[in-house]
Design a protein around this ligand. Structure first.
Ligand code: NAD
Length: 476
């Protein structure tokens, strides 16, 4: 039985959850002890107590501790990647890739520990100087989703502690094993007891964290509906909040697109990692000159994708995360059909040697921007094509969504590429690249219903994880 990590000790909670391999439901990854609301409060108190200890350590020691976590993750990336793929279902190379990113994030923020600068300015008053310095925010609650079990927690923990805060993480109840493994590594890295705490559970444990008046901030990644609930609690308690939410990301393909690149962008962006990426290209918006050829080429590639066990060599698309998500994905296949969309590939539950949640990637054509399939996030291997007349209509359709996370365009015309970059309403834009797949050292996040508050990643992470203090000094 895996336990919670509170105040530097592994502690049992009450009740248990079973973590099942979505590629093979006969394989139980592990059992996990659920944190109680009282233990969530204990974790928050332990984090509070660790703040001055962490603050008293030298920057050198703090930087080295983060670097040590990064090194340990990278050293063990094969085993950690295997564990991740076993519990989440993404193909093994992607699991190892994600863990690698987690290690790189710790190393990046190990450097940022030493680069946290303020500024000194002359005052508008004679003989006065002004100094503006960043300070830690305090205790931060972190709530994370199941689709990135390693890199999303790392993307929050590393900057939070680099900038002097203490944290309580509640990972998704569907993927607690990767979180436990990360905490085992952090336990060995010379961090003070209580600086990082892990509470395992679902919505109830998340709510205990989000509603606590003892936290100073919440960084949440997950669905828009849950994120807004969490934000309401945080605001009621005067805690700051950062939300990374869902998407309905467009990939625009113009007549002059580099054809093979565009097909690859669509297949990768829509279906890799089973389409379970917030940045997945779920809307393929294609101009009429290339439309039919493009649909045919993408459908051919989609039909040839190897769907299978995440740990099997050659698997390109793993299973859906669980039975509930699979039912949701399949319900959207029915909804799209009912709305008159044409299913050109996939959309069927598949049997494999092991019993799992396998779905053949589904591609719809002849869809309209107002259909539910083009308005609601499915979060599975389901994408739809919308035919448009020209670039202007493509941009209008791309922006016709409540979401605004990532948006891509495939074209060889610089005029359209530049125009799109400036006018598409999204936090990230891609030219001749898939909408999913980002660097770790630059800002990440969305606008509109896809994000709220300061962005994550890169140096801007400090906007959320620090607060400024302005000091006035009278010179003598
Ligand atoms: P979810 O909203 O169901 O759950 C996210 C987390 O919130 C989980 O840890 C869950 O246990 C917890 N939670 C659930 N109810 C809660 C409550 N009432 N109070 C507090 N916590 C609660 O999302 P999910 O299904 O785990 O993840 C998929 C979603 O995440 C998709 O919408 C996807 O687009 C989004 N996502 C966004 C990003 C991004 O960076 N923008 C990245 C990955 C995933």
């Amino acid at each position: 039985m895996q336990r919670n990590f509170i105040g530097g000790a592994w502690v049992e909670g009450s009740g248990a959850l079973r973590n099942v391999n979505p590629s093979d439901i006969s394989d139980v990854v592990d059992e996990f002890s659920l944190a109680t609301p009282a233990q969530v409060a204990e974790a928050i108190a332990a984090a509070r107590a660790a703040l001055p200890v962490w603050g008293a350590m030298t920057l050198q020691a703090r930087s080295e501790a983060l670097d040590a976590v990064g090194t340990a993750i990278l050293t063990r990336r094969e085993a950690l990647g295997r564990l991740l793929s076993r519990e989440e279902g993404k193909p093994l190379p992607d699991g190892i890739g994600e863990v690698t990113r987690a290690g790189q994030l710790f190393k990046f923020y190990a450097g940022e520990v030493l680069r946290l600068a303020g500024e000194r300015l002359p005052s508008i008053r004679a003989g006065v100087e002004v100094e503006v310095m960043p300070e830690p925010v305090g205790v931060i609650g972190l709530i994370t989703p199941w689709n990135y079990p390693s890199s999303v927690p790392a993307n929050k923990i590393a900057p939070a502690i680099a900038y002097g805060n203490a944290v309580v993480l509640k990972p998704s109840e569907l993927v607690p094993a990767s979180a436990v493994a990360l905490f085992e590594i952090m336990e060995q890295a010379g961090l003070p007891a209580g600086l990082v705490n892990l509470v395992i559970g679902g919505a109830e444990v998340g709510e205990a964290l989000a509603t606590s008046p003892e936290i100073n901030g919440i960084s949440f990644t997950g669905s828009t509906v849950t994120g807004r609930k969490v934000a309401a609690h945080a605001v009621a308690n005067g805690a700051r909040v950062q939300l990374e939410l869902g998407g309905k990301n467009p990939l625009v393909v113009l007549d002059d697109a580099p054809f093979d690149v565009a097909v690859e962008c669509a297949v990768n962006g829509a279906f890799y990692q089973t389409g379970q990426r917030c940045t997945a290209s779920s809307r393929l918006i294609v101009t009429e000159g290339v439309h039919d050829r493009f649909v045919e080429a993408v459908a051919e590639r989609v039909r040839s994708l190897k769907v299978g066990h995440a740990l099997e060599a050659g698997t390109q698309v793993g299973p859906v995360i669980d039975e509930r998500q699979l039912a949701k994905d399949m319900s959207y296949v029915d909804i799209a059909r009912g709305e008159g969309a044409r299913l050109v590939a996939g959309g069927e539950r598949l049997n494999r040697d092991t019993e799992g949640f396998y779905l053949s990637p589904a591609l719809f054509a002849d869809t309209h921007r107002d259909m539910r399939i083009n308005r609601e996030e499915v979060f599975g291997p389901v994408a739809s094509v919308i035919r448009v007349k020209d670039y202007e209509e493509a941009l209008e359709v791309a922006n016709d969504t409540t979401y605004g996370l990532s948006a891509g365009i495939c074209t060889t015309t610089m005029k359209y590429a530049h125009h799109f970059r400036r006018h598409v309403k999204a936090g990230m834009t891609m030219l001749n690249l898939p909408t999913a797949g980002v660097d770790y050292h630059v800002p990440f996040g969305g606008t509109k219903a896809s994000g709220y508050g300061p962005k994550e990643q890169g140096r801007v992470a400090r906007d959320f994880f620090t607060q400024t203090k302005t000091s006035y000094l009278l010179e003598d």
